[in-house]
Every structure is written in C-alpha cells, then in structure tokens.
Write a protein that binds this ligand. Structure first.
Ligand code: F6R
Length: 608
C-alpha cells in the first residue's frame, strides 16, 4: 500500500523522484521521503504528511543534488506516520538506503536477532530490518547481499536499494508486490506502477516474484533468485501520460466519472466482431462450459459489488448458479469448489491481498480461474488461468468509478457469451443484447447529461450524517455501491439495504427528514420498491429516487428523482451507478473533503 520509485541517469534525481511520487501518491499518502546518492554520501529527506511537504522541504528537489536516488510514499502499517518511520531507511554504516512496499511478516524475530547482533533501530517499521540485513550480509557484492537478505524475508515486498559502493546502480527485488522497470535512453527507472514512468518512457519490464534487478543508466540486468541472469521481454505501455493527469478537471474522480463512456466502449468494442462476442484468450467450447456446474465470483469492496451485480445477469442468462463471496471471507471459508467450478476474480488493481489469497485457495482445489483485471501485468492477471482486462486506463482517484463500470461491462459480455454457447438465447435475442451492450457508452453519457446540473443541489439537500440506499435485485447491488461511494469520500454514514428487508427491523430508524435514496430501475421489482418508498415516506423520510426516465409513477411518490435512459434490465447497474457516483462526489465537495485521497484509505490494498 505504498509507492516506490527510483531513477539513475545524468539528470538531477530528486525532482524526478518527487514527480514520480506525486503520481504514486494514490497508493498511500501519510508520509514520504527520498534518498539521493551524491559524492559517496546518501542524503535522506523525509517528512510525515503529503508529498507537497517534501517538495517544500527540498525546494522541489533542488536542495538535494545527485543523479541517482530512490523515493517512497507511505500508507502506514508498522509504526505511526511520523518522520522517523517514513522511508527511506538507512543502514547503521550509511552504506545502504532502502524503500519498501509490502509487509515483512517475520520482522519481529529478525529485529530481535539484529538487535542482539548490535544493530541500532531508528524506527518502528518492519522495513528497517531489511536494511540492517543488507549491511550484515554485505561483503563487497551487492547482488549476494540482496539474495541472502531476500532469502530471510517472509511476506511481501518490492524493495528499492541504493548502495554507496555502486554509485550508478539501483537494486530492486520483488516478492508479491508490484515492481516495474522503465527503460529510457541513457537513464533508467523503477516504480510500483507505470503511471510514475510514462512521462519518461513507455518501454517497461514487469518483474516477477523472486526476481532481482541491477539498474544502471545504460541497462537493466534481471536475475532469478539464484543469481542467474535471465532475459525479460520489454512491454510497451499503450496509454499516454495525459491519461494519468487531471486534464482540466478539479479532481481525478470527476475526470474518471466522465471517462466512463469511453472506458466502457474500450472494454466492449474490441470484443464484439460482426455481432459475435470474442473473449480474447477465454474462448470456451460448449462442452467446457457445460462442465461448469457453479460459478463463484470473488473480490473486495466495489469489485465485490460489481460481482453482486454481474451475478444477476449470469444467472438469468446462463442458468448457472453463481455465488458472490467477499475474498477476505472466502479464503478462510473452506470453500466448496472443485474442477467443475469457474471462479471469476475481479480486481481493478490486480494486487489486492485478500483477493489474491482467495484465488490461490480456489485454485488449490482445482477450480479454473478467470481474472477480470484492469492493471496490465498485475499479480492477479498473472496468477489467473485466463484474464479479461477491463481496459479502463489508469484509475488514480482512490474511489473507483470507471474501474467499476468496466468490470460490469466485462461481466455482461461474459454472461451473453456463455448464454449463447449454452443455447439459452437464440440469434435474435443475442443480437438484441449485443445491440444494447453497444449502446451502453452512449447511454452512460446520457445518464451523466440528464442529471449533471441538478446533482450539486441534490447532494446538498440529501447530505446528512446518515443516509439509506435501498433497492431490490440488480438495484440492490447499485445501492450497495452507491452507499460505499458516499461513505468513502464524503465520510457520511450510508447504509444500503435490500428494500424488502427494511420492515424487518431497520425501518425503526426512519424518522422525520431521514434521507433515503431509492434505486428503482429494475422494472420487474420496481412496484415493490415503490411500496417501500411509500412506507418510508409515511414515516417522514425524504426520498430521492433513481429510475428510468419514462417512469411516471415514481414522480408522484418520491420527493426528487434522478433519471437514466432505458436499457436492458440486466445491464442497468452500469447506468444507474453513475448518478450515484456524482451524488457522492458533490456531497464530498460540499463538505470540503479530500475527494481523490480520502482519509485512512489507499488505492491498492496489499495488506490482509
Ligand atoms: C472503493 C474501492 C475499493 C476497491 C477494493 C478492491 O471505491 O475502490 O473498495 O474496490 O479495495 O480493489 P481492487 O479492485 O483493486 O481489488
């Protein structure tokens, strides 16, 4: 849950590191630091708080000379976010500096051992054990010291290492945390994410677990864990630096909400040819599909809610039972999966620790794994038997928006594809569904346009310390995601409820003026939800409903209405969620919250 970056070349390192860190700040933002090697000495500058403070302290890097360095932005796990606990950490002899993303699980026993050997600790972090191990194992050969150190570590790590004896070389090693090398001309880089690299180079190498690299301005040499040099493919990043910038929007979140029509189009269009769906490397025969007797969808947070929503489409169209499980629960649940189970693992980042653990648990029991992932080359994409990328482009705001809707788009594609293979839909129905799918981007745009100007006012009117989001069936999945968006960026307590469940207890909480957001887009259950609206209104609630634009009944019952254009029922979530994203956005803006970096959160949740 941290970001690391490194540079070696002929340019001044500190400004490049600071710029890279600001692109990685979404990964963690409670403290930051850089270490730059100049004239045989490593200068470490670190602060608690945001990268802006580090820029201020170092005069945007001008106060830290040197052409090689490493940097870190932190989401604290071990030790409070103080200056001392911020990375980089130095060895006692000042020879090594390191930055770390991940968790060293055996750090306590290592710390005791190192203290007994006379090493002095400055911080409470797990990371500091690593730098002392490097000093302990160093006998003039950095590669050997890195290998011996890595062999002692349990947990996850992407480490960036600077050594005064190798003044133009950065060392990195990866285990279960992302690490990418960027190859420039006469200069090279490493980072936790390509967003920190694309302004310098689009040529990258994705490191695998256990790999070590030595990076000089001229080349990057990759070794396996035995120290044997290995050849790696160079990949080309397919998007431009503008995709990782705000492009005139006040916040990344707003930009990413507005990008949804294009992102959903990018997820759908390349997979539809001549009215047929093609799923990249996941082409299954009818026999193979018939052999699947259960689908499990597993994920965390919003990705889990995408699964809750996708489930309705898959069950309705494919008649295969679908269970949607929180990855953090599934991994400990002794799951009933076998070789006849298909597990859909959904993750924007592809690095979520619980999701990775659930994937491994299911695979060890013989299940086939299909990853639905945004970040190319991420751990889940690599571990899955097959991966369908969501092609949303970089998502920088911590709260996911286009990541979510593109996950839905891929789930819809899968549902229609499998339904046809299994013979549940004929050519006419398939053509109609594909037509509706291809209409999605346009209708998402309409859903934005139809509500955009009234949303700031509605957000003000419905902001309250406590909100309810209700809905049934596909609308319930939308309510879950709408409430999460509201909680995480506006810090307002929002509770989502299956509308029919209210009367079984929760309705006791409905009083005069209580805001209720009622999702009413699924026509099969709309009248039922309407009754629930009437019930809460009878108890004084103030109701903001979300419905298809020709739904007249809703206008007579709700206090306010957000409308979306009509679409095939199983695809409604991808439209309905959009006004709720904007509602949360404007509620947070009204409160003056830090929308792109909500408190206590980080984009990539690599802790369990
Ligand atoms: C909420 C949000 C999180 C993520 C969750 C899983 O806006 O972004 O709930 O959905 O942490 O992350 P990924 O999809 O990266 O596995």
């Amino acid at each position: 849950m941290c970001g690391i970056v490194g540079f070696t070349g002929a340019r001044s390192a500190a400004p490049i590191l600071l710029k890279g860190l600001s692109r990685l700040e979404y990964r963690g933002y409670d403290s930051a630091g850089i270490a730059v090697l100049d004239s045989g000495v490593i200068d470490v500058e670190k602060v608690s708080g945001r990268i802006a403070r580090l820029c201020e302290k170092t005069k945007d890097g001008a106060a830290v000379p040197g052409v090689i360095g490493i940097g870190h932005t932190r989401w604290a796990t071990h030790g409070a976010p103080t200056d001392l606990n911020a990375h980089p950490h130095l060895s006692n002899d000042g020879r090594f500096a390191i930055v770390h993303n991940g968790i060293i699980e055996n750090y306590l026993s290592l710390r005791e051992e190192l203290i007994a050997d006379g090493y002095v600790f400055q911080s409470e972090t797990d990371t500091e054990t690593v730098v002392h191990l490097l000093e302990m194992y160093y006998d003039g050969d950095v590669l050997t010291a890195v290998r011996k150190t890595a062999a002692r570590l349990e947990g996850s790590y992407a480490l960036g290492i600077l050594c005064t004896d190798a003044p133009d070389t950065l060392w990195v090693v990866r285990e279960k945390s992302p690490l990418i090398l960027g190859l420039g001309v006469g200069e090279n880089f490493f980072a936790s994410d390509v967003t920190a690299l694309v302004s310098h180079t689009k040529n990258v190498i994705y490191l695998e677990d256990g790999e070590i690299a030595a990076i000089t301005p001229q080349r990057a040499i990759v070794y396996d864990c035995t120290g044997r040099e290995i050849r790696k493919d160079v990949s080309r990043v397919s998007w431009d630096v503008e995709a990782a910038e705000k492009g005139g929007y006040e916040h990344f979140m707003l930009k990413e909400i507005m990008e949804q029509p294009a992102a959903v189009r990018a997820a759908l269009a390349p997979r539809i040819h001549d009215g047929q769906i093609r799923l990249d490397d996941f082409e299954l025969t009818t026999e193979e599909l018939r052999g699947i007797n259960k689908i499990i969808i597993t994920a965390c947070g919003s990705a889990y809610y995408a699964g809750c929503s996708g489930r309705y489409g898959i069950e309705r169209l494919c008649r295969i039972p679908v269970e949607v499980e929180l990855a953090s629960e599934l991994r400990y649940a002794d799951p009933m999966v076998d070789e006849h189970t298909l597990v859909l693992v959904i993750s924007q980042s592809g690095e979520t620790a619980d999701t990775i653990a659930a994937l491994k648990e299911c695979r060890s029991r013989g299940a086939k794994i299909l990853g639905i992932v945004n970040v190319v080359g991420s751990t889940i994409a690599k571990l899955a038997d097959h991966t369908l990328y969501t092609w949303a482009g970089p998502e920088i705001a911590v709260a996911t928006t286009k990541g979510f809707t593109t996950q839905l788009a891929v789930l819809y594609l899968f549902a229609v594809y499998a339904s046809e293979k299994l013979g549940y839909i004929d050519d006419g129905r398939r053509a109609a569904l594909i037509h509706e799918l291809m209409e999605l981007p346009k209708r998402i745009q309409q859903a934005i346009d139809m509500n955009f100007y009234q949303l700031p006012g509605l957000a003000k009117r419905y902001s309250s310390q406590s909100l309810f989001f209700i809905g049934r069936n596909t609308d319930y999945a939308v309510a879950l995601e709408g409430a999460l968006k509201m909680k995480e960026i506006s810090y307002l307590h929002a509770e989502s409820y299956a509308a029919g469940e209210l009367k079984h207890g929760t309705i006791a909480l409905i009083d005069e003026g209580q805001p209720v957001i009622a999702v009413c887009c699924n026509e099969a259950v709309c009248d039922k939800t309407l009754s629930n609206i009437v019930e809460v209104k009878a108890r004084g609630a103030k109701v903001l409903a979300l419905a298809f634009r020709d739904n007249r009944k809703i206008v007579s019952q709700a206090d306010d209405v957000l409308f979306i254009p009509r679409i095939e029922t199983v695809f409604t979530a991808a439209l309905a969620v959009v006004p709720l994203q904007l509602l949360a956005y404007y509620a947070a803006k009204e409160k003056g919250c830090d929308i792109d970096k909500p408190k206590n959160l980080a984009k990539s949740v690599t802790v369990e």
